[in-house]
Design a protein around this ligand. Structure first.
Ligand code: FES
Length: 310
């Protein structure tokens, strides 16, 4: 299938431009401050690692909400995917996504005037399946077969959350709680689903909601339609909760070799057994996708506290 008039853009340049536009309108942007919790409703009090902040309305846009109220972690599945960039070959003109499996995604980029080929794919649920480095190796092998002579420049991976029904969430954390809004579950289509969620929430706050906003409501009838799939997700989470703790006893072919470490392997969200990610050098939880750096500090929600030192 071919779609004309598609656009490819640099997400960092786009984010920078949006931030500049927000600042020009008088907004203040703070980075590097972690929100640890929220309480109250008039106003909402946000506890952060740099002190307390109050606000009339709060939007939690952390992918997976950092607050467990609302149980969003039971409705979303954390997924990772991989990308490797190569120089020395001519990338194809256009953006491509394979229809067959294993899925492969192709893009072109440019660095210092030199064309780069970007090869992506190998998605999987966070903390489960083969060691993470094998996913990058499969992309490298596939590229070597189709573009002999391609020279790798960078390799990286990303995380996003899928929902049972495939649509993102944008609305109150709890029914009727208009002071605490959430957005997430973009299912790797953040450029479109993230913008749709932003439009829905901005419309909600300004009283100018788009006509389709109900589709993204977290607490409407659509949730019942997705209940069967949500049950399946949670049954799988249960299997991994037990399996993660039994792996040291039963052995397992999966994770990459762990480094020497002095942090606990107990996820600070709800006690899952974190697994070593040998591609990102992080501790990843197979239950709801919290991730921690090698030293135990938090990388990805829903956890807000780092791994305990042991
Ligand atoms: S992310 Fe929920 S238990 Fe680890």
């Amino acid at each position: 299938m071919r779609l004309d008039d598609q656009v490819q853009t640099d997400p960092v340049a786009l984010t920078t431009a949006l931030t500049d536009a927000a600042r020009a309108q008088g907004a203040t942007v703070h980075e590097g401050v972690r929100v640890l919790g929220a309480s109250g409703s008039g106003p909402v009090r946000l506890r952060t690692d740099a002190g307390e902040v109050t606000a009339g309305t709060v939007v939690l846009a952390t992918g997976m909400p950092i607050l467990d109220r609302g149980g969003f972690f039971t409705r979303m599945e954390p997924r990772r995917s991989y990308l490797v960039s190569f120089r020395g070959v001519l990338p194809p003109d256009g953006m491509f996504l394979s229809a067959d499996q294993p899925s492969r995604s192709l893009r072109a980029a440019e660095r210092d005037g030199e064309p780069l080929l970007l090869v992506g794919g190998e998605g999987h649920v966070t903390g489960r399946g083969a060691a993470e480095s094998t996913h990058l190796d499969r992309l490298r092998d596939w590229t070597a077969r189709h573009w002999p002579g391609a020279l790798e420049t960078h390799a990286w991976s990303a995380q996003d959350h899928g929902t049972a029904h495939g649509l993102p969430f944008a609305g109150p954390l709890l029914p009727g709680a208009e002071h605490l809004l959430v957005a997430g579950g973009y299912s790797k289509w953040g450029f479109t689903n993230g913008v749709a969620a932003a439009m829905a929430l901005a419309g909600r706050l300004t009283g100018r909601q788009p006509g389709w906003v109900d589709l993204l409501e977290p607490w409407r009838g659509r949730e019942l339609a997705g209940a069967g799939e949500a049950l399946r997700l949670n049954a799988t989470v249960g299997v991994h909760l037990v399996g993660g703790w039994l792996r040291p006893l039963l052995g397992g072919p999966d994770a990459g070799a762990e480094p020497r470490h002095d942090v606990s392997r107990v996820c600070t969200h709800l006690g899952g057994a974190v697994r070593w990610n040998d591609a990102e050098r992080s501790w990843d939880c197979p239950l709801h996708g919290s991730r921690f750096a090698e030293d135990g500090s938090v990388l990805d929600a829903p956890a807000t506290c780092g791994l305990r030192r042991v």
